[in-house]
Design a binder for this molecule. Structure first.
Ligand code: ADP
Ligand code: GN1
Ligand code: MG
Length: 361
């Protein structure tokens, strides 16, 4: 069904003026629904990637629980522009949190957050600090979510040990004959596999606690206002129990890169230590009081871990024939893998300085 037909299934206010594709996410398909009247809000309509998020009712329930909890906290703090500070799900005419169309596609809607900026790449340390604070605040605010644990929407999402095992199986199967092109990358990643099982092992041994974490902390999942101050954290699909270093780690992997996540020119890719410091400072400013000393020690490692894991995930998808991530060219996942490997090498070179910055906070 078309986005226009779907929009009429949701309880929106106003008259639809136009619907356009929106954003640069790699997983869901997103549209902006613009209404004619100034007094009515605009909306954000999404096709949920059902291949990846298989249990849409539980996914919807997780997001509702988290956004209700954040809203309550913001209300208690007397914040006045709450609709810009937390995602607001919009229900269907039947009062459901999603709409399943005749073709089996799942759709959902949020209020569109106006005057917000979301960047694929950062340009200054103030933004890095804001990114760190945004995810730190998010973590602090969800840390006392009442009730049952959130539903594990993608079990083992950042379980690097599991990702490595799946990757090994994929390499053995070589389903579309691409392995011959990527031997060097596979070797690089396999040489490091033991090192990156560490966080899951620390968790199993009870050395670090499981918390509710965001788990997809790309910088374009933070909305900033016109002065680059934090508005809110979006893309809540993967909010689940996990470890704290996943969030700051992925934020640094994605945000503190001198190049792009899929930069074809590897000379442009490296860790930007100023942005790295901005993320760490911002994050610790918000979480210092809640983190255990052992958790604090994992933060710098989180950046390497999530970069390593992302290289494994992109290469796994390349070897599999590109079934997971949206791609723009046949080699896109390979280009992404190489950029992540280059970033990881740069982090390895700067490892002492990365740790020192955390210790100094
Ligand atoms: P994906 O899972 O595909 O990354 P997102 O939920 O992150 O999808 O949405 C894609 C992009 O749309 C975001 O990066 C952001 O730029 C924009 N976006 C998402 N939700 C909103 C919203 N409620 N208001 C304004 N922009 C939004
Ligand atoms: C996906 O949805 P998006 O584009 O924010 C992915 C992340 C990856 C990222 C890499 C659910 O994020 O885990 O780190 O792409 N999300 C999911 O760009 O797999
Ligand atoms: Mg996103």
């Amino acid at each position: 069904m078309t986005p226009e037909q779907i929009t009429s299934q949701f309880a929106i206010k106003g008259t639809v003026e136009g619907i356009k594709p929106f954003g640069t996410g790699l997983i869901n398909t997103t549209y902006k629904v613009k209404t004619q009247e100034d007094e009515h809000p605009n909306y954000l309509l999404q096709i949920i990637n059902h291949q990846i998020f298989q249990n849409v009712p539980e996914l919807t329930r997780n997001i509702k629980r988290v956004t209700d909890h954040l809203r309550e906290k913001l209300e208690a703090q007397g914040i006045d522009d709450i609709d810009r500070r937390v995602l607001t799900p919009v229900e269907t005419l039947e009062g459901e949190g999603f709409y399943k169309d005749a073709e089996g596609q799942y759709w959902r809607m949020f209020l569109f957050i106006e005057g917000a900026r979301s960047y694929d790449q950062l340009t200054n340390t103030k933004q890095a600090n804001a990114g760190g604070r945004a995810f730190g605040q998010f973590q602090r605010m969800v840390s006392d979510l009442p009730g049952d644990p959130l539903y594990p929407i993608i079990p083992g999402f950042h379980n690097t040990e599991m990702r490595i095992n799946n990757f090994k199986e994929r390499v053995e199967k070589d389903p579309v004959g691409r392995l011959k092109e990527v031997k060097e990358e596979v070797d690089f990643l396999m040489e490091r596999s033991e090192e990156y099982k560490k966080i899951v092992q620390m968790g199993k041994e009870g050395k670090i606690p499981e918390r509710i974490v965001h788990q997809d902390t790309k910088f374009n999942n933070v909305l900033l206002d016109e002065n680059d101050e934090v508005l809110c954290v979006i893309d809540l699909d993967t909010v689940m129990p996990g470890y704290v270093c996943y969030d700051i780690g992925d934020a640094i992997r994605n945000g503190a890169n001198t190049g792009k996540e899929d930069d074809p020119d590897l000379d442009r890719v490296s860790i930007n230590m100023d942005l790295y410091e901005g993320f760490i400072k911002g994050f610790l400013q918000e979480t210092k009081e809640i983190l255990t000393p052992a958790e604090k020690e994992t933060l710098a490692f989180g950046a390497k871990l999530l970069t390593y894991e992302q290289a494994v995930r992109f290469l796994d998808d390349y070897i599999d024939g590109d079934n997971y991530y949206k791609t723009e060219s046949p080699k896109h996942n390979l280009i992404r893998t190489r950029a992540q490997i280059k970033l990881l090498k740069s982090m390895e070179e700067n490892w002492d300085a990365m740790q020192k910055i955390v210790e100094q906070q």
